[in-house]
Each structure stands twice: as structure tokens, then as C-alpha cells.
Design a protein around this ligand. Structure first.
Ligand SMILES: Nc1nc2c(ncn2[C@@H]2O[C@H](COP(=O)(O)OP(=O)(O)O)[C@@H](O)[C@H]2O)c(=O)[nH]1
Ligand SMILES: [Mg+2]
Length: 468
């Protein structure tokens, strides 16, 4: 079960790493904190029930541990502070995780026991200690231990410091609390029940809905300790909190996962290639015909639409990495590198056109001379006129045909030239723009894939816990 939890935490860390630059830190950071806390807590999850014993000086914490142990392991009734150094009463053969926990908590004094091998008790410094941030010590401890036994002196059970400084601020951890009303031997017969119900009311007012209260006398003036077996039974019962803790951690992870995967950054994301090809080819066509302005507008519009579809942090990253300026630059590079600015030279006239027109011109001049000569000699003018007209017609006709031929051929050449440019331009746009867009989307795809892995890991954990 622990390995399943750790697998889920690992999967979660991969999601966080993949999403790091795509998601607003304001959203991601609290999630990362939750995951870190779960990992921290999971680090000490073993089979031993670890309970910290807390309470005011003289409430009987050390006596309680002695009573549970059946021997004096903790010095009781000593001078204040009676518990300057924390003590651990732990299984003689402790789990490595428990040893690590005690090391981390600085619990150096350790007494091994075989009586309750599932239980470890930590005798903490007193809660009414003058150390100002003592509550923070307890608070820091809470996520790392399974239970806190609050040992309460019946004379001080309404103590303002206990309720306002400790219990109320820590009420969120109430499931981990057990209240031990100690020294009941000192109470008048018949008053215990009233006192318990009074304490219960105060605790409920503190924000602890269903407090577990056990009454004991750890070190009565006369006779053996009272109520210790009941306490052991309650603790044995609470050993189930291990299961509860796993369940709670799994829930924490599931909730955190939901926070992330409901973000737009983790949804959709297909169909990029098709729409990019279309936009790119259109822009390439515009660019091949020299229309840089519209090519830029087309691509910029495309980037906007990709960002719009991606939404959230991915949109921001896209527009950050693919700015309008960089689109214009990519277009400029494609325009220059492809040679789109060069137009082909006009098609020359066919080689025969010029001599033919010369011959026609010379023929026309000759025919005119011939006509003048015929006119002087009084000869028939028909043939000279016919030849003149024919020659002029050939000269003019060939001229008109050649210029139309040249403009048609030049247009054809230009169209072909543009057609041939489209592919290299498209390639250049791919290199200078498409790659960058793909890079951002690939990162998102990575995050989405990691989220899928996380979902599987969580499902496995939930299956092992028998929930979900
Ligand atoms: N009458 C009575 N005295 C107790 C009981 N538990 C502890 N004491 C006494 O209260 C004093 C303080 O106990 P101790 O365990 O040192 O308290 P700690 O400061 O919370 O560790 C000692 O003199 C104990 O003998 C109890 O159940 N009944
Ligand atoms: Mg003590």
C-alpha cells in the first residue's frame, strides 16, 4: 500500500514537472505543496502506530507512559521542565521508517519495548512550556505522527491556554486526537461522568466534533493504575487510522489531481497538424505572390486561434514564445530565403520574329518604291499596293502576336515560379514557426500524458484501499 502511495506521489511529481512552465504558479504551487506533504507523511507510514503524548506540565504524561509500559521508563514528578528532552517508548525492533522519524524529530532517548509491538509513544516537552512557538512544534509534528494523546489534568481541563492556543488552532487534525483525562482517582466519586461531558462540550466548541475521551489514573496515590486497558483498547482501535491515513492521503492526492486536470491546459490538443498545414500553405501561397502583409496576418490569426483553443497558461506561453513580431520575422525570413522577392525575367520574343518583321518592312518599302515607280511610268498599281499592304500586315501582325505571346508566356512563367516557391516557403515557415508552436504543444502533451499516468497510479492506490 505504501509503495502504491509513493508510486502515485512520483507520478504526481512528474505531472508537476511537466506542467511547471505551462501553468500559473498560483495554481500549481499549492498542489505541489500538498504532494510534498503527502510524500513527507508517506515517508513514515509503517505499521507502527505512532502517538505523541502532549499536555501541560504535571498532567501525567510521563506517568501515563510508565503505566502503559508497566515499569518506569520516563521520569515522572521531576522538576519542571520534567520532560526537557523528548523520549520515545518504541517497539524493541523498530521499523526503519520509525527510526528515521525519531531521528528527524530529534527524539534521541529511546526505550525499546515488547509489550505492545505495534505502538510507539513519544513523550513530548510540555505544552505549557515557556517556549513561545511550542504550538508550532506540535503542529509540525502532527502530519508526521498518527495520533496525539492529549493528557489532561482534571483540575485544568478548562485551561484557556490548552483550548485557545492548542486545540482550537489544530482542530483540523481532530481525527488524530485522543483525550486522556488523567488523575481521576483524585476526583470525588460520581463526578467523573459530569466532568467528561463538560470536557466533551468544551472540545466540541473548540471544533472537535466527536472527541474520543478516555479516563485514567496513571499514577494513583493508592493502588494500581486505572483505565489503562481501556486506553490500550482505544489505541488498538485507532491503529486503523493507518488505513484512514492512507485513505486521507489518497483523497488529498485525488483532489489535487482534479484541481490540475480540470485546467484547460490538460484538455484537448489534437488537430494541430491539419490546421497548421492549411494555414502554412495559405500563407506560403500569399508570400509566393509577394503579399507579406496578408501572409503575416494569416499566420498571426492562426497562432491566436491555437492559443485560444489551448486556453489558460498554454495560451500565455504560446503568445509569449510566438509573438506577433516573431511571426513577422519568420515570414520575412521565409520571403528572403526562398527568393520570393525575385521575379523571373520576361520571356523573349521567338528568334524568327525580328528577321520576319525586317523582311516585311523591307518588302513594304520596296513595294512603295515599286508603286511610285509604276505611278510615274503609268503602269498598273494593283500589285505594288497589294504587296505593300501584305507586307505592312505581316509586320504589324507579327508585332502584335509577339507581344501577346510574350506577356502570356511571362505570366505562365511567373505562375509556375510562384507555384514552385510554395513548397520551399512552406518548409521555411515550418522551420521558423511551426516547430516553435509544436514545441509548446508537445510540452502540454507531455503534461497530459503524465496526468494519465497519475490517474492510473491513483486508481491502483484506490483499488488497494478499496475505495473510489
Ligand atoms: N494522584 C495521581 N497523581 C498522578 C497521576 N498521574 C500522575 N500523577 C502525579 O503527577 C505528577 C506529575 O506527573 P508526570 O507524569 O511527571 O507529569 P508530566 O509532567 O506530564 O510528565 C507526578 O508526581 C505523578 O505522580 C494520577 O493518575 N493520579
Ligand atoms: Mg513528564
Amino acid at each position: 500500500m505504501r509503495s502504491d502511495l509513493l508510486a502515485a506521489v512520483d507520478a504526481f511529481d512528474r505531472v508537476i514537472a511537466a506542467a511547471r512552465e505551462l501553468i500559473d504558479p498560483a495554481v500549481l504551487d499549492p498542489v505541489a505543496t500538498t504532494v510534498r506533504q503527502v510524500r513527507e507523511r508517506a515517508g513514515y507510514l509503517g505499521d507502527t502506530l505512532v502517538a505523541a503524548v502532549a499536555g501541560g506540565t504535571g498532567s501525567g504524561k510521563s506517568s501515563l507512559i510508565n503505566a502503559l509500559a508497566g515499569e518506569e521508563v520516563a521520569r515522572s514528578g521531576g522538576m519542571r521542565p520534567t520532560t526537557g528532552k523528548p523520549l520515545g517508548w518504541i517497539p524493541a525492533n523498530p521499523e526503519p521508517g520509525l527510526v528515521r522519524l525519531l531521528d528527524d524529530l530529534g527524539v534521541e532517548e529511546r526505550v525499546g519495548q515488547d509489550l505492545h509491538p505495534w505502538l510507539a509513544l513519544l513523550d513530548l516537552p510540555d505544552t505549557d512550556s515557556v517556549v513561545a512557538d511550542h504550538r508550532h512544534t506540535v503542529e509540525a509534528l502532527l502530519p508526521r505522527v498518527d495520533l496525539v494523546l492529549w493528557v489532561i489534568d482534571p483540575e485544568k481541563y478548562q485551561d484557556r491556554v490548552l483550548h485557545s492556543r492548542y486545540l482550537q488552532p489544530l482542530a483540523a487534525y481532530h481525527r488524530q486526537f485522543v483525550f486522556v483525562l488523567n488523575q481521576i482517582d483524585r476526583l470525588a466519586p460520581g463526578t467523573v461522568d459530569d466532568l467528561v461531558s463538560d470536557l466533551r462540550q468544551t472540545l466540541v466548541a473548540d471544533g472537535i466534533p466527536e472527541p474520543t475521551i478516555v479516563t485514567v489514573a496513571a499514577d494513583p496515590d493508592v493502588g494500581p493504575p486505572i483505565g489503562i486497558d481501556d486506553l490500550v483498547a482505544v489505541l488498538e482501535d485507532k491503529a486503523d487510522v493507518k488505513e484512514v491515513v492512507y485513505g486521507k492521503l489518497a483523497t488529498d492526492l485525488r483532489e489535487a489531481a482534479k484541481t490540475l486536470t480540470s485546467l484547460p491546459e490538460f484538455s484537448g490538443g489534437t488537430g494541430f497538424e491539419a490546421s497548421w498545414n492549411e494555414a502554412r500553405d495559405e500563407a506560403a501561397r500569399l508570400l509566393a505572390s509577394g503579399d507579406r502583409r496578408r501572409a503575416v496576418a494569416r499566420l498571426d490569426g492562426f497562432v491566436d486561434s491555437v492559443a485560444g483553443q489551448a486556453g489558460g497558461g498554454v495560451a500565455a506561453v504560446i503568445r509569449q514564445e510566438v509573438t506577433p513580431d516573431s511571426v513577422a520575422e519568420a515570414v520575412e525570413v521565409a520571403y528572403e530565403a526562398s527568393g520570393a522577392y525575385r521575379t523571373p525575367a520576361p520571356v523573349p520574343a521567338p528568334g524568327w520574329a525580328r528577321p520576319v518583321r525586317w523582311v516585311a518592312l523591307v518588302a513594304a518599302v520596296a513595294a512603295v518604291v515599286w508603286g511610285i515607280d509604276s505611278l510615274r511610268a503609268g503602269r498598273d498599281l494593283l500589285w505594288p499596293v497589294v504587296v505593300t499592304l501584305l507586307s505592312v500586315a505581316v509586320w504589324a501582325g507579327v508585332g502584335v502576336w509577339v507581344s501577346s505571346y510574350r506577356s502570356r508566356a511571362t505570366r505562365r512563367l511567373l505562375a509556375q515560379h510562384r507555384e514552385e516557391l510554395i513548397e520551399p516557403i512552406a518548409r521555411l515557415l515550418d522551420t521558423h514557426l511551426g516547430k516553435r508552436l509544436r514545441g509548446v504543444l508537445r510540452r502540454r502533451a507531455g503534461a497530459t500524458a503524465a496526468a494519465t499516468e497519475l490517474d492510473l497510479a491513483l486508481a491502483e492506490l484506490e483499488r488497494r484501499l478499496g475505495v473510489g
